[in-house]
Design a protein around this ligand. Structure first.
Ligand SMILES: Cc1cc2nc3c(=O)[nH]c(=O)nc-3n(C[C@H](O)[C@H](O)[C@H](O)COP(=O)(O)O)c2cc1C
Length: 181
């Protein structure tokens, strides 16, 4: 099971389109997939007092707990991860005491869409740092897409190749049965 999370609530969200493309590629590689897009991540700001309680993010967290791989897609907002995606990732604190804490033992593919390369790259670095903090294994390939193009040009042949390769790395890592450290 590969779980995707990310995108924005904006109609035609580029990051959500890229996420869904990567999940389709993971499905083609043999994975069962589940997507939590922008409208599915409309959670209140996480506060630690919520831990252990039923809340809007419960379905996401229960699905992540049984995931074999994860793909996260965020827009670059002012050079970093969007508040919405970071807030969803903050809820992963619910998995702190899981038998596989947070994203332990799972490969995590990272996708960033921004209006240009500068914010995309800085956001990719910070997203990977967050994934490391959650004990996930960022895939060697992260994908940065320039969303300042016509929507139909967002996922061109090169972007498609990269998203497919990254999704393949997530599925491959899951199939090998990564060691939990
Ligand atoms: C609040 C906000 C801040 C943004 N900051 C940047 C930025 O610093 N650099 C950049 O290249 N693009 C920036 N953008 C553009 C977004 O990264 C770009 O439009 C992205 O594709 C939005 O994701 P979406 O299509 O999934 O909604 C910003 C957009 C918004 C709304």
């Amino acid at each position: 099971l590969v779980v995707g999370l990310g995108g924005t609530k904006r109609s035609g969200s580029s990051s959500e389109r890229a996420l869904r493309f990567a999940l389709d590629a993971a499905a083609d590689a043999g994975a069962e997939v589940r997507c939590f897009g922008g409208t599915d991540l409309d959670f209140p700001i996480f506060v630690p007092e919520m831990l252990g309680e039923d809340h809007e993010a419960t379905e996401l967290i229960e699905t992540l707990a049984v995931a074999d791989g994860v793909i996260v897609a965020t827009p670059g907002y002012h050079g970093g991860i969007s508040g919405q995606v970071k807030n969803a990732l903050d809820y992963v604190e619910e998995l702190r005491d899981d038998h596989r804490p947070y994203f332990d033992g799972r490969a995590v593919g990272c996708i960033v869409c921004a209006h240009g390369t500068h914010a995309a790259f800085t956001t990719l670095v910070s997203l990977r740092s967050v994934i490391h903090a959650l004990r996930g294994w960022p895939t060697p390939l992260g994908v940065c897409l320039n969303s300042a193009v016509r929507p139909e040009d967002l996922i061109d042949a090169r972007a498609a190749e990269q998203l497919q390769a990254m999704a393949g790395q997530v599925v491959d890592f899951a199939t090998r049965g990564a060691l939990s450290l």
